[in-house]
Design a protein around this ligand. Structure first.
Ligand SMILES: [Zn+2]
Length: 586
């Protein structure tokens, strides 16, 4: 039996104390802490926050010899007897993949704080979690009967899939869908104006629609945990819960119409809930089992993140959070995002997934030039497949059938999938003479860098595609400088530079501070407007500074291109389009 005790040690110093009791075991005991957390594909080396490690014999407290084998591994001479390990964890990482402790809140993933005891990974364990008096504690870990703060987990994998949130101030709601209890918890920057009930109702509608797609729920319970903090956004999916962060202005407010940000937050809830099937249970073969001690690559994240990103929007529509036109606008916005990334011409979708560890998760100023996101392009591919299947099955089938089949055939049985599993499932729902074409789309869409052609497909559904030129403050751009500025506190810095632009060719660099254009400082002109609204072929002299050195560069403006996409339901609906819309009804 394993017993973990995790509790705050010093709120101001952000220290958690961890104690692990291990009953009789082998002569040598090995404790190990993961390098990364499932769902977030980056080596994080959680061992760096562990300090003050001790090992002692449980019976009499006699210190035991131990040594580090590598950054993540402790080897203890336990001599086959019961052992107690203890250490502290520095917990001051706000992200949903980390651990955090201060005088208002405790949050942690067990990945960051609890070492695995290698020979006992599959053993049941009891986990005592303490937090300051009056703080309420939330986690999807099952409580031991009759205990308030003692939980149990079937295995290490189960333990690390159940993050913990605890705070004094919170709001809590719950609802049931087919006897499955769902809890919705918000902590952090709460306001009396927050329309928590309105949000809970919408979340319930989204969950109901998702359960309907999969033909049932594999859950006993589910917990939405959202910490509200300014300028934060994101989530990390788990089997029976999700840890999310959102900015307070993403909360619906009583008597206030939904803003784009509020819709985005509903989309986040929709996304993370969809993951309880798509990645937490239906998984790539490559992740079975997880190896948390080194990078683990898969080419399949276009399916697990991309399809999830497509469906998170589709369920906003099906749950009545947005209408059909808003759904189409948001799809077009996503396509715009993809088609404005030069890196899509260098990196295929499958490669974007494979290299997530060093590209998407380590994005820098050059990322748009050398990569494409498997979230955005994966969602575009999902939309394409959905339309393709509908078109070539006379709208009798859709990507819904594919997801349901993959779930029933693989996910529900714990069997991993690969690209061929997805292709075969899609091919089963279209006319036989279109399968060759579908195979080509898979090759092009996943392993090629050409853009998928949406125009014809969407037209068949009565949706017209138009392109317009970007605007700033209502003014249409006439020129493209290849530069994007970041303006903060009156200082303009070059945040992005198109690698093929004239500006790059003459030596302008990301990070350069823009001081003047044609000798005029920013106080006198609007830099962004001067770059975007000029004359094609016109030259501008930029005065820049780089590490204290001031210099001039003359750049030539290219003509602006119509790079903003719009999907609009046309007046003349098609039979296919009408049936498509019917399947969207809540
Ligand atoms: Zn996701």
């Amino acid at each position: 039996m394993l017993r973990y005790t995790i509790k705050p040690k010093n709120l101001g110093a952000h220290l958690l104390s961890v104690s692990i009791d291990v009953d009789d075991n082998a002569d040598v005991l090995t404790a190990k802490i993961p390098k990364w957390i499932p769902g977030s594909y980056k080596i994080r080396d959680y061992s760096r926050h562990i300090q003050n490690f001790h090992a002692k014999r449980a019976a009499d407290g006699k210190p035991l010899a131990w040594r580090k084998l590598d950054s993540d591994t402790w080897e203890i001479d336990s001599d086959g007897q019961a052992v107690n390990l203890s250490y502290d964890v520095y917990a001051y990482d706000l992200s949903v993949r980390g651990a955090y402790l201060d005088d208002t809140r405790m949050f942690f993933n067990h990945c960051c704080v609890a070492t695995d005891i290698i020979a006992l990974s599959q053993c049941r364990r009891r986990i005592a979690i303490e937090s300051p008096q009056d703080w309420r504690l939330f986690t999807a870990l099952p409580r031991c009967q009759g205990e308030k703060n003692i939980f149990e987990a079937d295995s290490y994998e189960h333990q690390i899939d159940c993050p913990v949130e605890s705070a004094e101030h919170y709001v809590h709601r719950q609802f049931s869908i087919a006897d499955v209890c769902h809890e919705v918890v918000f902590t952090g920057y709460l306001s009396d104006d927050d329309d928590v009930d309105g949000m809970t109702q919408r979340i319930k509608n989204i969950c109901t629609a998702e359960i309907k797609l999969f033909g049932g729920s594999p859950l006993d319970s589910y917990l939405f945990m959202t910490y509200l903090e300014h300028k934060q956004y994101g989530g990390l999916e788990h089997k029976n819960s999700v840890a999310q962060m959102a900015s307070p202005d993403m909360m619906m407010k009583k008597g206030v119409a939904m803003t784009d940000k509020m819709i985005d937050f509903m989309g986040l809830c929709s996304h993370e809930y969809f993951h309880l099937w798509n990645i937490k249970r239906l998984q790539p073969k490559d992740f079975q089992p997880y190896n948390l001690y080194r990078e683990q690559h898969t080419e399949m994240l276009w399916m697990f993140e991309g399809f999830t990103s497509y469906y998170d929007e589709l369920f906003l529509l099906r749950a009545g959070v947005v209408d059909a036109n808003t759904f189409l606008q948001r799809q077009a916005k996503n396509l715009t995002r993809v088609l404005n990334v030069p890196g899509r011409k260098l990196q295929p979708l499958a490669a974007s997934s494979f290299d997530a560890w060093t590209k998407l998760y380590q994005a820098d100023a050059n990322s748009s030039n050398n990569m494409v996101s498997y979230y955005t392009k994966g969602a575009v591919f999902a939309l394409y497949l959905d339309l393709f299947i509908r078109r070539h099955s006379d709208n009798h089938h859709s990507l819904d059938d594919v997801m349901r089949e993959l779930w029933q055939r693989y996910g529900a049985k714990g069997i991993g999938i690969d690209e061929d599993s997805v292709f075969t499932a899609c091919a089963g729902y279209i006319a036989a003479d279109k399968r060759e074409q579908l195979a080509q789309r898979f090759v092009e869409g996943l392993h090629g860098t050409n853009d998928l052609d949406f125009d014809k497909l969407l037209t068949a559904f009565g949706v017209s595609v138009t392109q317009t030129v970007s605007q700033t403050k209502g003014k249409t751009h006439t020129t493209d400088s290849g530069l994007r500025l970041n303006i903060e506190r009156g200082v303009a810095t070059i945040a992005f530079l198109h690698a093929d632009s004239h500006a790059a060719a003459v030596g302008v660099s990301v990070g350069d501070r823009l001081i003047a254009i044609d000798r005029q400082q920013m106080d006198n002109i609007d830099f962004q407007q001067r770059l975007n609204i000029g004359r094609a072929g016109e030259t501008l002299m930029l005065t820049l500074s780089r590490r204290g050195r001031v210099f001039d560069k003359t750049i030539r403006l290219a003509p602006a291109v119509a790079n903003q996409y719009h999907f609009v339901l046309s007046e003349q609906s098609t039979a296919l389009g009408e049936r498509w819309l019917e399947t969207w009804q809540p």
